[in-house]
Design a protein around this ligand. Sequence first.
Ligand code: OGA
Ligand code: NI
Length: 353
Amino acid sequence: MAPTQPAITVKILSESPNLKSIPSNYVNSAMYPSDSPASDPIDSNSIPTVDFSLLNSTDPHQRSEAINSLNKACQDWGFFMVVNHGIPENLMKEVIDGTQGFFNMREEEKKEFEGKHVLDPIRCGTSFNASKEKAFFWRDYLKVFVHPKFHSPSKPQGYSDTMSEYSEKTREVAKGLLAGISEGLGLEECFLDKALDMKSGFQIFIANYYPRCPQPELALGMPPHSDHGLLTLIIQNQVGGLQVQHQGKWIHVNALPNSLLVNTGDHLEIFSNGKYKSNVHRVVVNNTRPRISVAVAHGPSLEAIVSPACPLVQSESNPPAYIPMKYKDYMELQQSNQLHQKSILEQVKILRN
Ligand code: OGA
Ligand code: NI
């Protein structure tokens, strides 16, 4: 039987008059019970914060403290908030407004950007991979490849310029964070950059739209998953919904104003030989306000063959725990399957007893 594709976006579905319940093919609560309750506010406040300006401090003591806290956040959480990152507040606002403008366009206009293949540089759609899913997610998306070659949709007006400026700025922040991470792993500051050919690093701009949902407890914006790549930098329209897994619990993220929310990805786990586990996160939806988020994912060059960093696996006590794989192949595999936990990473893990 041919898989059922949703005929419309969830934005349109959510705007149907008198929608009191969600169609049964959007019910995810059986597959993903909301298990551990979203935790109390104390937990949420313990999410690590990294002050980006201190990573570049001329005071060596301050700098090494910042590097330590960054690396501790990668090791303990795989998730942190970045403050003092230097990205102007008005640019972040333009990104969110432009994204709202994109999703507000008529369906026929958006159709123009409906890519067919996961390697199409501009691709908008709904859910994650509707052809593989038993139940759809309450999410519409736009994914655009912005580096090493910049692409962008031609509409709405001004969005392309905003996307270009923001992509450049987030790339700088990711670069600074990755230099600190490289050093924190005991490598040269530029080791990671060189090993993974970050000059040709692959960067995707992912805009997500999660409409109001009449039965939020039955639906899910995105299932528990980890991201491919090294670091994903997220901003949102002040509406929460992102939850990160920490010590077996779901922690609801209360973002600090103007902060960047950062996830560590599967390729940082591979590169660090398992020291920095990629973070598992999900998105819940709500009945009051639509949520917009923009996640910019930063990965190695698509042609890079990613394996644990050589200097980290030279001792017998720490043999390589992941098989080498071309980033492009990994990315394609992740994007063309169901998004589920760390299912693709499991395939490159070397099992030892
Ligand atoms: C993603 C993602 C989180 C969010 O796009 O991979 O996890 O907050 N997004 O929308
Ligand atoms: Ni994600």
